[in-house]
Design a protein around this ligand. Structure first.
Ligand SMILES: [Zn+2]
Ligand SMILES: [Zn+2]
Length: 168
């Protein structure tokens, strides 16, 4: 099992091996230690994000998005170029060939458990069937909390209002 997360101290991406015995995440870049929540695991199932302690997690296909987009672009450009040269068979070969590779990749890719709040990716947990998929409403809730936090940071002094309740 491993986790990919952005260090809360220096912001740099990390990929660390984890297990239910992991008590903290130590950043490879700055050495900052993030203590894992005590109730992070129950019955060897991850319940809370080790990086930000959020308990809203979802499962999704671990599909490299850039590769997916690259394939679509290659297919489209290949189609246009061969269409321009009246190579009809080649043109549709590009279009359907890249689409087929896309589908194949999607089928063979594993799954990742993702944290709504900090976008940490957990790979190698073999409990994805028992987890909920992506929920736009939950995502939107966390996105708005983040946006409000950014808006409030420069304008409002810390003491002037109630702190944002991030766990709400
Ligand atoms: Zn760091
Ligand atoms: Zn998180």
């Amino acid at each position: 099992m491993n986790v990919t997360f952005a260090c809360s101290h220096c912001g740099k991406p990390n990929r660390l091996a984890i297990s239910p015995e992991s008590t903290n995440l130590i950043c490879d870049h700055c050495g900052a230690s993030t203590p894992a929540p005590a109730d992070a695991w129950s019955d060897a199932k991850l319940q809370r994000c080790l990086a930000c302690h959020c308990d809203d997690l979802f499962v999704r296909k671990d599909f490299p998005q850039r590769l997916g987009i690259a394939l679509v672009v290659i297919g489209f450009v290949g189609f246009l170029v061969s269409h321009y040269y009246y190579e009809k068979v080649l043109a549709f070969g590009f279009l359907f060939g890249t689409a087929a590779i896309d589908v194949l990749l999607y089928l063979v890719m594993g799954e990742a458990v993702v944290c709504y709040r900090c976008d940490a990716h957990y790979r190698g947990l073999d409990d994805s069937e028992s987890r909920a998929g992506f929920d736009l409403e939950t995502h939107e809730r966390y996105r708005q909390i983040e946006a409000r936090k950014k808006q409030n940071q420069p304008a409002r002094p810390v003491a002037s209002g109630p702190a944002d309740d991030l766990t709400a």
